[in-house]
Design a protein. Structure first.
Length: 218
């Protein structure tokens, strides 16, 4: 099962000499949910992108199970799943097809992918939207579809960027419960959020401000 994700003295700069993250260190462990908080522009998305192998650090490292993360392909092989802030759905596909394509690409047989798609859309209250094109879904439904896809992949590490930003109160609570369920099955769960109440319900919280990090709890 999953192993620790260790961020060690991580710095990331999109422009040389102007780091977005400065000397950030944190450990995310299996069975626990780590909330990453902070104002807009503090570096939350950048931190998750580095933990996902999408960004190369300027300094420091990210390790998964003790092995330094090289790139996104390495992260995928280490079963690091990302739920991006922009949802990352293919607009030419239906909600169901977005899940099925990802599951087949991950190695599931088509019949198993279909069953898993139905199950996870239902968990997010989207059973009736499986055949809807992405453009026919509301913003909240698109976000829940992306979350359903992330949960269906059953990663050892789940990184979610603002997963409740488009959701009403009932669906927000549903998603938070599902993220904690992922942790209880043994996954490392990290999510970026502006939601102080959601962060308070997590085992650990890392607060970012101006690219610097403070472990508030955990």
């Amino acid at each position: 099962m999953s192993k620790d994700v260790v961020v060690d003295r991580l710095s990331v700069a999109y422009v040389p000499g102007h780091p977005v993250l400065r000397d950030v260190s944190v450990t995310a462990s299996p069975g626990r949910v780590l909330a990453v908080t902070g104002p807009s522009g503090a570096g939350k998305t950048t931190l998750l992108a580095a933990m996902a192998g999408l960004l190369r650090p300027t300094a420091g490292s990210v390790t998964v199970g003790g092995e330094p993360l090289r790139d996104r392909d390495h992260a995928v092989a280490a079963r690091v799943v990302v739920i991006p802030q922009d949802n990352g759905l293919a607009p030419i596909l239906t909600a169901g097809e977005n899940l099925q394509v990802a599951l087949v690409a991950a190695g599931l047989a088509p019949a198993d992918a279909y069953r898993c798609t139905e199950e996870n859309l239902d968990r997010l209250g989207l059973a009736g939207q499986a055949d809807h094109l992405v453009e026919e879904l509301s913003g909240g439904q698109q976000q829940r579809t992306a979350i359903a896809r992330g949960l269906a992949l059953r990663g050892d590490v789940l990184l979610a960027d603002e997963p409740t930003s488009e959701l009403d109160a009932a669906n927000r609570q549903r998603v938070l419960e599902l993220l904690h369920t992922e942790a209880r099955r043994g996954a490392v769960v990290v999510f970026a959020t502006h939601d102080a109440e959601a962060a308070a319900g997590c085992e650990a919280e890392l607060h970012l401000n101006d690219g610097r990090a403070e472990l508030v709890r955990g």
